[in-house]
Design a protein around this ligand. Structure first.
Ligand code: ATP
Ligand code: MG
Length: 168
């Protein structure tokens, strides 16, 4: 099954980690591939890197990407992430593959919508979760499960910045 967690509210990436934890609890194998995140200081990465049965691949840089005006390096990193997704899909060892922020990578033009749609064509036993704002209507139509996190309120509006343990 293919899941998409999208929308402007908080909770997309962390919802995917909730399922990863469930899988790990059952001794299953997890692959986490992150677009636009090269930062090992995230609490979840610090935690996951200490345990077995999860492989983590991060692509991107620690610099901000300008939407619709990505650098060549940003594009290359995103294509590296995409290649890793196809390797994971073909590797029969995974029970779940989380593709974090791929929807944003498509929306910002780092990879093509057609590349994301190719993921749906691969036959795999793995559950696949794709996260990120701005999921394209075509992938929403193709997915088996789509959840939209909707912002009702967020303390960001009160100028509260990202906090350790809550946002990273
Ligand atoms: P989380 O990683 O906490 O599950 P997310 O994956 O839903 O959040 P993203 O859209 O990936 O959130 O946003 C990246 C960062 O912005 C995260 O640190 C997230 O906590 C924060 N964030 C999420 N929603 C909002 C919002 N509505 N306004 C401001 N910041 C937000
Ligand atoms: Mg996220």
């Amino acid at each position: 099954m293919i899941h998409i967690y999208t929308g402007d509210g908080k909770g997309k990436t962390t919802a995917s980690f909730g399922i990863a934890i469930r899988m790990l609890g059952h001794g299953k194998k997890v692959c986490l591939i992150q677009f636009m995140k090269k930062n090992y200081e995230y609490g979840e990465i610090l935690f996951f890197s200490k345990i077995e049965n999860i492989d983590i691949y991060q692509f991107g840089s620690d610099k901000l990407i300008e939407p619709n005006n990505p650098t060549q390096a940003d594009i290359e990193e995103a294509h590296g992430a995409l290649q890793q997704v196809f390797l994971a899909l073909q590797d029969e060892k995974y029970d779940i593959i989380i593709v974090d922020e791929i929807n944003v990578a498509v929306a910002w033009g780092l990879i093509d919508l057609e590349d994301q749609k190719r993921i749906f064509a691969i036959k795999t036993k793995a559950e696949v979760i794709m996260t990120g704002r701005y999921a394209h209507p075509e992938v929403i139509a193709m997915a088996d499960l789509v959840t939209e996190m909707k912002e009702i309120k967020h303390y960001f509006q009160k100028n509260i910045q990202a906090r350790k343990g809550i946002e990273y």
